[in-house]
Design a protein around this ligand. Structure first.
Ligand SMILES: [Zn+2]
Ligand SMILES: [Zn+2]
Length: 151
């Protein structure tokens, strides 16, 4: 696999590269992601903030309180509205990248679903994936189960 991934917002004003490989994705069914996406939630890659570099443009920021109670910054294109990533105020070293903005899906798959207690009844949840009713509170160094992205 290539070591550098690229992505953009819908209108192309924002372009970025990711310097780490992404194989595992996490779907979030929290009510904030539903509102922010206009869909059932978001599908994300949890990556180090240092791996995300903006090649063009700069996203706008919306700061709010997440369903977890934490302060969460959501970054999006101010021109077309595409959500790009989110970042916890308390954990700036990690970003949660919206996987649908990547140019190439590669071999990625969803391995876990979080905030399933607020999932829309029409959202599909793969029974083979891990489920968390709320926020899985595992920092990167303390993953409790196999194949669960941290955060
Ligand atoms: Zn845009
Ligand atoms: Zn969410």
């Amino acid at each position: 696999m290539t070591s550098s991934l690229t992505g953009s917002c819908l209108c192309g004003a924002i372009r970025y590269t990711v310097d780490v490989p992404i194989a595992e994705l996490r779907a979030c069914h929290c009510t904030n992601c539903q509102k922010a996406s206009g869909a059932g939630g978001s599908v994300n890659a949890v990556i180090p903030a240092a791996a995300l570099r903006f090649a063009q443009g700069a996203p706008k920021r919306h700061t709010g309180v997440a369903d977890s109670g934490r302060t969460l910054h959501r970054y999006f294109c101010g021109d077309c509205g595409s959500p790009i990533y989110s970042q916890r105020d308390s954990a700036p070293e990690t970003v949660v990248l919206r996987a649908g903005t990547l140019d190439n899906a590669g071999e990625m798959r969803i391995v876990s679903h979080i905030w399933t207690k607020s999932a829309r009844p029409w959202s599909h949840i793969d029974p083979a994936a891990k489920r968390f009713p709320g926020q899985p509170d595992a920092p990167p160094s303390a993953d409790r189960g196999p194949a669960v992205p941290s955060g």
